[in-house]
Design a protein around this ligand. Structure first.
Ligand code: NAD
Length: 425
């Protein structure tokens, strides 16, 4: 049955959730504090790059609105998804300001409204946050009581940027954290058309599942990097090792991604938040601390490999291919390229960068480095190339005559470069 759904926060998750719900036949109202994002959505254009999203916005033009007004939207809505950011601050703790502001706004809006509404937390939050902070704040500002006057659910999101919409519509599983029957039934009905196992838990278990999932994936990559680093020393191809190891069904071949390490909008902040949260309750997450340490080492290893071939970087033209934290997105949060650029600037190198989607975002951080119009143009104009993101188009390039240090295993570079160094192979 078609529902009126509000999506608070039109970022990478909010856009995927909103367009996913549109394609399931629901009516969606996007709420964001960013005037630019609202304007863009009103024009039928996604404010972030994500495949297929613009087509959905065009197709369902009449079924969605975008605004900054909570009250107008919540008056009409049956379900509200909170998808605002939960970054970490300088101390490695979750910055709750966005989520608390959104909760306050929801509270103030539903105070004036009579209908029962289900509030769903999609943002990644530490165990206890939905009940102890979000629901409490909504109660404080609305004067209403959870479960009686409004429903509550925690529904973590596992989508990957670059394939966000398809991941939302065809997930490996849907986790529904609820403490009351009515909220549970509405969530099950909402996801009825999606054929995936539905795991029902209490709210704080759902919050924990998201952190454990990210922590395990990051661990698998850091483990691959440690093994990859010794394979490199021994002249062993780590990819071959992981191909065979992954065929063990207890292990699985996915995410054995050795190379430059992980970045992005989720792993770094979520792992840091979990480590610090554990400390607060008197626990030490030793494995995860090592996972972060190994990850921080990988860009330094890439620079060391580069220096093996170009010992003095001052004045040398170094090309960086790939600026987004992964292919398929324009998101540069915690991307490995950011670290590489900082290190190379310290060494006095002249940097030329290229990315198919993320250059505009990167320019905001580094307006003074050079940017190439195409990957092939970059290769032509530099002494040495660093590959930091595995964009598919990098497989169609000719690297001949160049030194290439590859953090992502681009086969075309391996085949055509004059000198080729893979990070873990
Ligand atoms: P984002 O920064 O891209 O988007 C957040 C949006 O919320 C922004 O557009 C911002 O303007 C808006 N916002 C902030 N405060 C607001 C308020 N009070 N009212 C309305 N809008 C407000 O963040 P994201 O990457 O979409 O992540 C959102 C949440 O989802 C985070 O908790 C993140 O950990 C989690 N998550 C992200 C991913 C991912 O791949 N990006 C995957 C799974 C889960």
């Amino acid at each position: 049955m078609r529902k009126n759904i509000a999506v608070i926060g039109a970022g990478y998750v909010g856009i995927a959730v909103g367009t996913g719900l549109l394609s399931l036949g629901h009516k969606v109202s996007f709420i964001d504090t960013s005037f630019q994002k609202i304007k863009s959505l009103q024009q039928g254009i996604s404010p972030i790059y994500e495949p297929k999203v613009n087509e959905i916005l065009q197709k369902y033009k009449g079924n969605y609105v975008a605004t900054s007004s909570y009250e107008d939207v919540l008056r009409e809505s049956e379900i509200v998804f909170i998808c605002v950011g939960t970054p970490v601050n300088d101390k490695g703790k979750i910055d709750m300001s966005f989520i608390l502001k959104a909760s306050e706004e929801i509270g103030k809006a539903i105070k004036k409204i009579d209908n029962w509404i289900l509030i769903v937390v999609k943002s990644t939050v530490l165990p206890g946050t939905t009940e102890n902070y979000i629901a409490k704040s909504i109660e404080k500002y609305s004067g209403k009581v959870r479960y009686r006057d409004f429903g509550l659910a925690m529904n973590p999101e596992f989508l990957r940027e670059g394939t966000a919409l398809s991941d939302f519509l065809a997930p490996d599983r849907i986790v529904i954290g609820v403490n009351d029957e009515k909220s549970k039934q509405i969530m099950l009905e909402l996801y009825e058309k999606i054929d995936a196992p539905k795991i029902i838990t209490n709210i704080k278990t759902a919050e924990m599942i998201k952190y454990v999932s990210n922590a395990f994936l990051a661990t698998k990559i850091s483990f691959s990097n440690e093994i990859g680093n010794i394979c490199k020393k021994l002249g062993i191809d780590a990819f071959k090792v992981f191909e065979a190891v992954g065929l063990d069904h207890r292990i699985s071949p996915h995410f054995f991604r050795c190379g430059l390490g992980w970045g992005g909008s989720c792993f770094p902040k979520d792992i840091t938040a979990l480590i610090n949260f554990a400390k607060e309750i008197g626990e030490e997450l030793k494995i995860l601390e090592a996972v972060v340490e190994v990850n921080n080492e990988q860009p330094k290893r890439m620079i060391a490999l580069l220096k093996r071939h170009v010992p003095k970087l001052r004045g040398r033209r170094v090309g960086i291919l790939g600026l987004s934290f992964k292919p398929g997105t324009d998101d540069i949060r915690e991307s490995r390229a950011l670290i590489l650029v900082r290190e190379l600037l310290k060494e006095g190198a002249e940097i030329i960068a290229y990315d198919p989607k993320a250059m505009e975002n990167f320019k905001k951080e580094f307006p003074n480095i050079k940017y190439a119009n195409s990957a092939q143009e970059l290769i032509k104009s530099v002494d040495v190339v660093l590959i930091a993101t595995e964009w598919e188009e990098f497989e169609r390039l000719d690297y001949s005559g160049k030194i290439v240090i590859d953090g992502r295993r681009i086969k075309a570079a391996e085949k055509t470069a004059k000198i080729y160094e893979g990070m873990c192979w």
